[in-house]
Design a protein around this ligand. Structure first.
Ligand SMILES: NC(=O)c1ccc[n+]([C@@H]2O[C@H](COP(=O)([O-])OP(=O)(O)OC[C@H]3O[C@@H](n4cnc5c(N)ncnc54)[C@H](OP(=O)(O)O)[C@@H]3O)[C@@H](O)[C@H]2O)c1
Length: 297
């Protein structure tokens, strides 16, 4: 099995590469700029906003069994300021990959987001209609459609609020909270945003599972617990035996952020459980244990 992984330097992409290599599979990784992950996969630099066709040529020359796209413009507020770059990454690059997969017969698995929902209903299943708000959300939803319409053999895996404790991993809300709580510094946490936080390595496990299964369509590959950011921080503080009073409750509206934030955006993971096994999407307790173990390595 050979898999092309785009976005290999990212939180999720780097774990997908590592897990595929651990399983003895062939990996051709691509990312922006020099390689920034440990694993010894073949690596090709591709700036998808400048030369997305390079990814298509890579797929056509490697003739892989599958392509997993974990590259995206993930800076939600940055997407509001640079909509053309957001479109290039989150739509055009997916379109190019999907067309190359259709030409070569490779399976495509594209990673997407809980932000395709407006956050009014909460506890979303794959059957709920998306209603994306903001440039990041709308481009990601358009990217989902590009993948689903243009690739012949395709899955879209939605993840949410991704975090990793691994050294060198991108700073996320969870990593910043961990650092602050350990240092005895205050950390702000939304009281009114309910999400399905997803450990990057667990996301990679689910994305690979869906990819290998050959199943078609949408899958929620998120953590199994829907929780407010405030309660997430409290659970983390509990694990660390840190002072809970360091957690400062704030409301999303208080921060006046450029991009809209869906408030109740939990993802139901029943479908991926049925496909991959009951215990695969990690509940918050187990995910935080693994997060803390990662941060000690
Ligand atoms: N992070 C989250 O909380 C979150 C939540 C919901 C959904 N998702 C989705 O999960 C997927 C994986 O994201 P992630 O969490 O792993 O975030 P990430 O760490 O930001 O990974 C995205 C990757 O895309 C790469 N990229 C950005 N611009 C590029 C360009 N012009 N050319 C080539 N590569 C480029 C980034 O490269 P650099 O490393 O050079 O920046 C990065 O490695 C994405 O589809 C994202 O929309 C993420």
């Amino acid at each position: 099995m050979t898999t092309v992984v785009a976005g290999a330097n990212g939180l999720v992409g780097s774990r997908i590469v590592a897990r595929l290599l651990e399983a003895g599979e062939g990996v051709l990784a691509s990312g922006r700029g020099p390689r920034r992950f440990d694993a010894g996969a073949a690596y090709v630099e591709v700036d998808l906003s400048v030369e997305p066709e390079k990814l298509a040529r890579l797929i056509e020359s490697a003739q892989p069994d599958g392509v997993i796209n974990a590259a995206a413009m993930t800076d939600v507020d940055g997407c509001e300021k640079s909509p053309r770059e957001a479109w290039a990454l989150n739509v055009r690059a997916v379109e190019v990959a999907a067309l190359a997969c259709a030409r070569t017969g490779a399976r495509l698995t594209a990673v997407s987001t809980d932000y395709v929902f407006d956050g009014v209903k909460g506890s979303y299943t794959e059957d709920d209609p998306p209603n994306p708000r903001g440039v990041y959300a709308r481009t990601k939803r358009s990217g989902e459609e590009a993948a689903l319409i243009l690739a012949a053999d395709v899955a879209v895996c939605r993840v949410a609020v991704v975090y990793s404790g691994r050294p060198g991993a991108k700073k996320t809300f969870a990593a910043t909270a961990l650092e602050s709580l350990r240092a005895g510094k205050p950390v702000k946490a939304f009281t009114d945003q309910v999400v399905s936080p997803t450990l990057a390595d667990n996301a990679a496990e689910m994305v690979i599972g869906v990819h290998r299964s050959g199943a078609q369509g949408l899958f929620h590959c998120a953590g199994a617990t829907e929780i407010s950011r405030l309660d997430f921080c409290r659970a983390l503080a509990g694990k660390l035996r840190a002072d809970e009073s360091l957690i400062v409750p704030v409301r999303v509206a208080d921060l006046k952020l450029p991009a809209p934030r869906p408030l109740r955006c939990g993802l139901r993971v029943d479908k991926v459980r049925r496909l991959l096994g009951e215990s695969v999407p990690l509940p918050i307790d187990a995910a935080l244990d693994r997060f803390l173990a990662e941060s000690r390595t």
